[in-house]
Design a protein around this ligand. Structure first.
Ligand SMILES: N[C@@H](CCC(=O)N[C@@H](CS)C(=O)NCC(=O)O)C(=O)O
Length: 244
C-alpha cells in the first residue's frame, strides 16, 4: 500500500491529500512529526542526505517528495476528471509558483504568531500523548517550531514582505476569479492550490479541517481575512463542491 507522510495541519500536505482523494487513489496516511520522525522518514525513503519535508509519498520504489509531483502522480494513477488541463507542465505550474510564494509568506507570519501562543503550541502535541504529559510536552513542540523556523528562514521574507506578498497574490487571485469560479475554466489543481494557500490567512471551517480553537486563531490573519473575505467564500464553496 502506498504511504503518504503528511502533517495534519499543514497546507502542503492538504494539497497532496486533495489530489489523491480527488482521483480516488488509495493510500495509508502516516502523521509526520518534524524533527522527531525525521530518521523514520529518511529510512522509509532512502533519502539519507537530501532535504526532506511533508508531504512525501512512497509508492513502491518511487518516492515523491513534493506536493506537485504527488498531484501529477495521482493524475497518472487515479480515476475522475483531470486536474491538469494542458498537461502536467501546463498552466498549473505557474499557479503552483504563486501558491508556493503565498504559502511560504503565510508560514513566516504563522510561525511568528504561534511562537507566542502557548495554547496553540499545546494543541500541536500529538494526540497519542496522554493528558497528564501534554503540558510537559509543550517545550518539545516549541523546539520543533524553532527548528522549522530556522530550516525555512533562508528563503523567508520579513513579516512586512510576507504581508505584501500575500496581498499581491490574493489580489491577483481576486482579479482572476472575477472572470469565473475556476481559474482554468474547469475545476483543476490550480483551484486546489490557491484555495489551500488561503489556509494561513483564513483557514477553512471545521467541517473540512478540524483543529483546535487556538490553532485556528494562530493561522488566521485578521486583517487579511477581512480584506479577502470574498475569496475565502469562494474557497469555502470550492471545498463544499469538490472536497469530499
Ligand atoms: N515543496 C514542498 C514544500 C513542503 C513543505 O514546505 N513542507 C513543510 C511544511 S511546514 C514541512 O514538511 N516541514 C517539515 C520539515 O521540514 O521537517 C511541497 O510543496 O511539497
Amino acid at each position: 500500500m502506498r504511504t503518504l507522510y503528511s502533517i495534519a495541519v499543514s497546507p502542503w500536505s492538504e494539497l497532496a491529500r486533495w489530489a489523491l482523494d480527488h482521483h480516488r487513489v488509495d493510500y495509508r496516511k502516516v502523521e509526520y512529526l518534524p524533527l522527531l520522525a525525521e530518521v523514520q522518514l529518511r529510512a522509509a525513503t532512502g533519502r539519507v542526505f537530501a532535504r526532506i519535508s511533508a508531504p512525501t509519498l512512497v509508492d513502491g520504489k518511487r518516492v515523491l517528495a513534493d506536493s506537485l509531483d504527488i498531484a501529477r502522480h495521482a493524475e497518472l494513477l487515479g480515476q475522475g476528471a483531470s486536474l491538469f488541463p494542458g498537461g502536467p507542465n501546463g498552466d498549473v505550474v505557474a499557479w503552483n509558483d504563486r501558491a508556493q510564494r503565498a504559502l511560504s509568506a503565510g508560514r513566516t507570519l504563522f510561525f511568528a504568531r504561534i511562537a507566542d501562543d502557548r495554547e496553540a503550541l499545546r494543541e500541536q502535541v500529538p494526540a497519542f500523548v496522554p493528558e497528564a504529559l501534554r503540558d510537559l510536552s509543550v517545550p518539545i513542540v516549541e523546539r520543533t517550531f524553532g527548528f522549522l523556523s530556522s530550516k525555512y528562514r533562508a528563503n523567508a521574507d520579513s513579516p512586512a514582505q510576507a504581508q505584501a506578498a500575500l496581498v499581491e497574490e490574493f489580489e491577483h487571485l481576486e482579479a482572476c476569479l472575477a472572470r469565473g469560479p475556476y481559474l482554468l475554466g474547469s475545476f483543476s489543481y490550480a483551484d486546489i492550490l490557491m484555495a489551500t494557500a488561503l489556509h494561513f490567512v483564513a483557514p477553512v471551517g471545521d467541517r473540512h479541517r478540524s483543529m483546535g480553537h487556538a490553532t485556528r486563531e494562530s493561522l488566521r490573519d485578521a486583517a487579511l481575512a477581512e480584506r479577502f473575505g470574498k475569496i475565502a467564500a469562494w474557497r469555502d464553496d470550492l471545498y463544499d463542491r469538490h472536497r469530499s
